[in-house]
Ligand binder design. Sequence first.
Ligand code: UDX
Length: 439
Amino acid sequence: MKIGVIGSGYVGLVTGICLASLGFKVCIIDSNKSKINKLRKAKVPFFEPRLEDILHTVLKKNKITFSTSMRTMISKSDVIFICVGTPQGRSGKPNLLYINQVKKELSKHIALQKVKRNITIFIKSTVPPKTTKSFQDYFLKKNINNVHFASNPEFLREGSAVHDFFNPDRIIIGSNSPHIKQVAFKIYKKIISKRKIVFTSSQSSEVIKYAANAFLATKISFINEVSRLTEVVNADILEVSNGIGLDKRIGKNFLNAGIGYGGSCFPKDTLALSAEYRSNHIFSPLINAVIKINETQKKELLSKIFSVFTKQELSTKSVLFLGSAFKPYTDDIRDSIGIFILQELSPIIKDIKVYEPIAYKTSMQALKNYKNIHFLKDLKSISYECFHFIVIATEYDTFSNLKISDLKRLKDCMVFDGRNIMSKSLLENNGIKYFGVGR
Ligand code: UDX
C-alpha cells in the first residue's frame, strides 16, 4: 500500500515519517520548495524528539520521498492523508483556505490523470463538522466515484508526538464504509489492536477532535479557577489536585494549575468550537468560560509581580526569565503564555535575560524588536546576584532543580513560579519569597 501525505507541517511529517518507518512507501508533498529540499537532506524544520533520526533511517531505506507535485504524489498513492493547517480565521472560525485548495487540486488531478483505482483519503487536519461529508459530495458531483473520504483526527502532543503516534490510546475513523475499514486496519494494525480502532460517522469523528481538546482545556481552566480559591483560603492547589485526581473518575492528568494553556491547538480549537456553536445558533457557556478563564489566567503572574512592585520600581529591575515555549520539549511558541508575559514585561522593566533550552531560536525571532530582552545560552555561567527575581513560564523539570544557594543570591530573593514546579516550603524555609499559582 502506497501512501501520500499532503502538508509537511507538524502532523504531516510525524504521520508520514512514522508510517514510512512501519514499512509503507510514503510520498510527502508541500508547496514550500525550500522545506522539501531540506527534508530530502533529512532536516526536520522543527524540533520534535526522535523524528529526525527516524527520517534518516527511512530515507536510507528508500521508504520516503518528498515532492512539491500533487501529480507525482497522486500517481504513487492508494491512500492519502490531508494534513494541511487550518489556522485561526476571523471571529474564531478556522480558516479553511488551504484545505479547500487541496480539495480542488486533488479533484482536478484525479480527473486529469483519469485515475481508475480506489483512493482513500483521510482528513487529519482539524476541521468543522460536516467538512469530510462536503468533500465526498464535491467529488461525487464531479462524477469521481473511486475516491473515498474519512475523517481521521490526530491527537499527537508536541514534544512526544513520535511516542504518541506509535502508542495511541485510540484511532478514530470517521467513516462506516467497509472498504475504508479494511484500509484503516491495514495501516493501523501495526501500532494498535483492532478493538481500539473506533469507527464513527464522519461528523462524530470531527466533533470528537474538538471535544477532546476542549475537554482537556476545560480540566486546565477548572483547576486554574480552583487555584484562585485555594490561594485566598490558604490551601495548596497541589494538594487539592492530588486529592481530586486520585479519584479514578477524575484522573490526575491535566490538573496542573498554572498560567494557562497555550500552543497551536487548545486556544485555536476552543475558539473554533465556540464559533461552531454560534454558527448553529446554540449556546456554549462552558466553552466560552474555559476560554475566558484562560485569558485571565495568562495575566496571573503579571498581577502577582505588580502586587509586589510598583511600575517605577520595576523600571530598575533585572529579571531572569525561565522558559518561553508554550510547553517543554518543543520549539513551538504559538500562543505561548511565556512570550505573552515577556511582551508585557519588556516595556516596564529594565532588562530581561531569558533561558529557554529548546525554543530559543523561535523565541529570539519573535522577540527581536524587544531590545531589553536577551537570551542566555545556558544557566551554568550566570551570576544570580545580577538579577532581582526569577520568573518561570515553562514547566521544564530542570528549572525545579535550581540551587537554593544560587536563589539566595538574587537581589530581591524572590521567585514567581507560573508552573508550580518549585518546592514552596523549601524556598520559604531558606528565606526566599515564593509566588506560585494557587498556593
Ligand atoms: C494538545 C493535545 O494534548 C493533543 O492531543 C492535540 O492533538 C493537540 O493539542 P499540545 O498542544 O502538544 O497537545 O499540548 P498539551 O501537552 O496538551 O498542553 C497544552 C497546554 O496546556 C500547554 O501550554 C501546557 O503547559 C498546558 N497545560 C497542560 C497546563 O497548563 N496544565 C496541565 O495540567 C496540562
